[in-house]
Design a protein around this ligand. Sequence first.
Ligand code: C2O
Ligand code: CU
Ligand code: CU
Length: 496
Amino acid sequence: MRINRRNFLIGTAASCAALAGASTAQSATRPLPILPMSDLTNGFEDRIALKLAASSHDFGTGAASSTFGINNSYLGPVLRVKQGQTLPFDVTNQIGDFSTIHWHGLHIPGDVDGGPHQLIQLGATWSPDVPIVQRASMSWFHSHAHGKTAQQVYKGLAGVMLIEDDASLSADLPKTYGVDDFTLVLQDKTFTDAGALDYTLTETALEDGFMGEALVINGAIAPVAQTVPKGLVRLRILNACNANFLTLSMATGPLNVIASDGGFLGATVQTDTLFMSPGERYEILVDMRQVDINQLIVTHGLPELGGIKGIMRELLSDGEAVVAALTLNRNDKVGFDGSVPNTLANLSVPDPSKATVTRSFELEQETGADLAALAAVGDNYCGDHSAMFINGKPMDIDRIDETVRKGDTEIWRISVDDFRHPFHVHGCSFRILSQENAEPPAYAQGWKDMVHVDGNQWSEVLVRFDYDAPADAPYMYHCHILEHEDCGMMGQFTVT
Ligand code: C2O
Ligand code: CU
Ligand code: CU
């Protein structure tokens, strides 16, 4: 169904010279932006207002880009909340188009999930009461407006929710926001020569999802730098790229991974590299007791037909960029002086024999050329949203694909015939039984809501759904390459 996607054009010597100027402007180190944090853990007075609005933002190019923000010029606030609370949101949409806000990672019923059925029309306010029942974890929220998700998230409709619980609040871990506890939203963006945010979908971008030329952290083009005290530093990291998989490492020492999508791991996992799909979250500890400086290194894919800069970097670095994304510089202050904990949480061993149902999901898509042809006749880049499929069918908002019984344990088996896709399921956290035909890396063996699968392989997760999602407010499962999701690589299920 698809052809070789490695068919990019070759740049000329003249374009290399043009690139040299552009890349110097991008390599200056900026301060790490600290996303504004709303701490709701001690309560809140009234309803919690989130305003989605068009805005403008300078990512560091010196030019204003037109963006979307949630109470901000770009991205949303970091919402710090506590297990047991019910959050009364008023989400107002002023972006000039319809939208939604989905709470990615939350264990909540379908009617407050914020998927494509809970559309917020332009000028309207959506007021869900969102119960926080789950354990401490890093979730996020983003637009899920079907057919528009990719462009709306790219322009900034995304934010982070940090859930705390009694155990996490008393845990011996760094937790002073913006001092030794940082939230990092990693994205990739492309900019025009004038420095404005660019979202142009080439055939390759339609096929692979949009890949940006520059890594952006909390809305600033990397590299960024931050001064930290002597001690442990906690980084809570979200891959909010539309389509890019990221590989993380440290300049000095291993990554100490303490949490994944759905909460703390059983024990700290030390690893040299951490592979993150779009939609995934991981928390790590960096030990700044023995070193004066350390760097978070991020390797990411580059666009293959992404303009002159993309083409040149492709030739120079084999399609990948390596960025010393975040430099941590230690000052003389004494910070969190504990050590990297060994055990973190009590995680049971997943028991597949508990599963009473097994479901299979096969992801498929048309080629980039077919997609471009569809885009040319449709009213948007997906044509009629029917170029990508799960189990042979493109997403249909009027069709329920699977019906799940509440409380049943199930095995979901995901497979694909071409390249790597990240798969996400609403309304739950699951455990990965196998990923790409193998045992998942130790850091992916805790609670997750993302799993990835590569060509001609499969992945399996053990999952249970405990909240209601009726036919008028079903949950979604989908590829988290947002262009694929928009083009139909998504399905709907009820839980009753
Ligand atoms: Cu992060 Cu259905 O989405
Ligand atoms: Cu989700
Ligand atoms: Cu996909």
